[in-house]
Design a binder for this molecule. Structure first.
Ligand SMILES: Nc1nc2c(ncn2[C@@H]2O[C@H](COP(=O)(O)OP(=O)(O)OP(=O)(O)O)[C@@H](O)[C@H]2O)c(=O)[nH]1
Length: 435
C-alpha cells in the first residue's frame, strides 16, 4: 500500500449517486436506496456530503456507464455542489468497472468510489480485532487486484486505511499485481494463525456450558443499543452504520437464572459484496455456533420487510441451519404511530415468535427475556440421546465436565475405567468431543 504523503484537515466533499436501473427485480425504491447510500457515505470519517441524486440508467455504457447527456448533466451537478466549490469525490452506489471508473474520473475531474469500495473503506475504519483487520485487508486486496487503477487515496492519508491505489502508473501494474499476490499470501498466513487462536478460545468457551444468543440484523436496526441495554456494556451505539464490526460477547443472566453469552455481530446490508460476505464468514461464524438467534428489525423503517428479506438471504448464504431457533425482535416501536402500534398489538404477533420492543426506552424487554428463556429451554432441553462412555480412571477432567453439565444418569467403576451413562444433546456431545 502507498505511503501517506500529505495530511488533509478538511473533510472531503462528496457527491452521492444512486444509479436507478429501473430493474423490477430490485425491491427497493430508488429514493430510499439513495438515502441509504448517503447514510453509508456519512459512515466514512471526514466526509461532507454536498449533494445526492438518483440517476436513471437504462442501458449502462461499457466504457462510460452513463450516456453522454446524462454524464454532462451529472457533471454540472457535481461542479455546482458545495456552493460552487464542487465535489472532490463521487460515490456511485453500484458496481463500476475499472474502465468506467477511470473514464468517469477523467470526465468529471473527481475521484470515484463504488459501493464495494465504499463498504470496504467503512469496514477498514471499523475493524478492531486483529482478525477483523486482516479480513478487511484481504477483501480489499482481492478488490484492488481487479482494478489496478488510481482511485481515492484520501482516507489512506488520513488514517492509514486501505486507499485503493494501484501504484504510480500503468507500467507498474504487473509489479503491483505481483506485490498484491505476495501480500495476500502473507495475510492469509497471519489470518490462519489468528483464526487458530480464536478457535482455541471458542473451544475453551464450549467448556463453559452457557448457550450463545446471537444478535443479527440489518445495519442500524438497534443491535448495539439492545446489547448495551441487556448487558450494561459500552458497545458503541451510534447513528452510524456498521458501528459494530467485530463480534462482541458478554455474559448475562436471564431472569430465571440461566446464564447466556450474548453476542453482537456486524450489521447486514443489501447487496453486501459477496467477497465481503466471504471475508466475514469467520466473524459471522459466531452466528452459526449460536443456540438462539435474535433477528433485530427496525420495524419503523419504511422498508423493514425488504431489510428482513436481505438478512434472511445472508443467513441462508452463511449456512445457518433452519433448526437454529430464531426470535424476531421488532425494535423501535417507540417511533411508531399510535395506530400502527395498535395494529401491531391486534395481529397478536407474539404468538408467532415475534417480540415487539424499544431498545431505547426498555419497553417490552421483560417479555423478550422471558421469550428467550422459553425458547432456549425448548431448544436445549430436547432432543437428547443416551450414550455409554468408558472413561479412563485418570480422566477426571472430562468426567467432571459431564457432571458439571448435569447429564450423567448412571456411573459405575469397572476394571477398565469408569462406565458413564449420559443423556445429552448433540451440542453437548460436540463440546465433549472438543475437550
Ligand atoms: N427510536 C428508537 N431508536 C433506536 C432504538 N434502538 C436503537 N435506536 C437508534 O438507532 C440507531 C442505530 O442503533 P445501533 O444500536 O447502533 O444499531 P446497530 O444495529 O448496532 O447498527 P450497526 O452497527 O450498523 O449494525 C441509533 O441512533 C440508536 O439510538 C429504539 O428502540 N427506538
Amino acid at each position: 500500500m502507498a505511503e501517506p504523503t500529505e495530511t488533509h484537515e478538511q473533510p472531503t466533499r462528496a457527491y452521492v449517486i444512486h444509479p436507478d436501473l429501473g430493474n423490477s427485480r430490485t425491491r427497493r425504491s430508488p429514493d430510499l436506496a439513495l438515502e441509504e447510500a448517503v447514510a453509508l457515505a456519512h459512515a466514512l470519517p471526514a466526509i461532507d456530503v454536498t449533494g445526492a441524486e438518483v440517476a436513471k440508467l437504462r442501458n449502462p455504457d461499457a466504457g462510460m456507464l452513463f450516456s453522454k447527456g446524462k454524464r454532462e448533466e451529472i457533471g454540472q451537478h457535481i461542479k455546482a455542489a458545495a456552493d460552487g466549490e464542487g465535489a472532490e469525490l463521487v460515490l456511485i452506489d453500484g458496481p463500476v468497472t475499472p474502465v468506467q471508473q477511470r473514464n468517469l474520473e477523467k470526465d468529471w475531474g473527481v475521484k470515484i468510489l463504488d459501493r464495494t469500495g465504499l463498504i470496504l473503506e467503512i469496514f477498514a475504519d471499523r475493524a478492531q480485532t486483529r482478525e477483523g483487520v486482516l479480513q478487511v485487508e484481504l477483501a480489499a486486496l482481492a478488490y484492488q487486484r481487479t482494478r489496478l487503477v488510481r482511485a481515492w487515496t484520501h482516507l489512506e492519508r488520513q488514517r492509514g486505511g486501505l486507499g485503493f491505489v494501484g501504484g504510480p502508473g500503468e507500467t507498474q501494474i504487473e509489479a503491483d499485481r505481483r506485490a498484491i499476490d505476495e501480500q495476500v499470501i502473507r495475510l492469509r498466513r497471519q489470518l490462519e494463525r489468528v483464526v487458530k487462536t480464536r478457535e482455541l478460545h471458542r473451544k475453551a468457551r464450549a467448556k463453559v456450558p452457557y448457550p450463545i444468543v446471537a444478535l443479527v440484523g440489518y445495519t442500524n436496526a438497534g443491535k448495539s443499543t439492545l446489547f448495551n441495554k441487556l448487558t450494561g456494556a459500552e458497545v458503541m451505539a451510534k447513528d452510524q452504520l456498521f458501528a459494530t464490526l467485530d463480534p462482541t460477547m458478554r455474559q448475562m443472566v436471564l431472569p430465571g437464572g440461566r446464564r447466556v453469552i450474548l453476542s453482537d455481530t456486524v450489521g447486514f446490508i443489501s447487496d453486501l459484496p459477496h467477497e465481503l460476505v466471504a471475508a466475514f464468514r469467520a466473524t459471522l461464524e459466531e452466528v452459526l455456533a449460536a443456540d438462539l438467534i435474535l433477528h433485530v428489525r427496525d420495524i419503523s423503517h419504511p422498508e423493514t420487510e425488504e431489510q428482513a428479506g436481505d438478512v434472511g438471504e445472508i443467513l441462508d448464504g452463511l449456512g445457518v441451519e433452519e433448526d437454529v431457533p430464531l426470535i424476531e425482535v421488532w425494535n423501535k416501536i417507540d417511533s411508531l404511530s399510535a395506530e400502527t402500534r395498535e395494529a401491531l398489538r391486534r395481529t397478536d404477533a407474539r404468538t408467532e415468535g415475534v417480540q415487539a420492543i424499544s431498545a431505547l426506552s426498555g419497553e417490552g424487554l421483560d417479555d423478550l427475556l422471558a421469550g428467550v428463556e422459553a425458547r432456549l429451554a425448548e431448544a436445549l432441553d430436547e432432543p437428547r440421546t443416551e450414550d455409554i462412555l468408558l472413561l479412563k480412571l485418570e480422566d477426571g477432567r472430562r468426567r467432571a465436565w459431564l457432571h458439571g453439565q448435569g447429564i450423567v444418569t448412571h456411573e459405575e467403576t469397572t476394571e477398565n475405567g469408569v462406565r458413564v451413562t449420559v443423556s445429552w444433546t448433540e451440542r453437548q456431545r460436540g463440546s465433549f468431543e472438543a475437550l
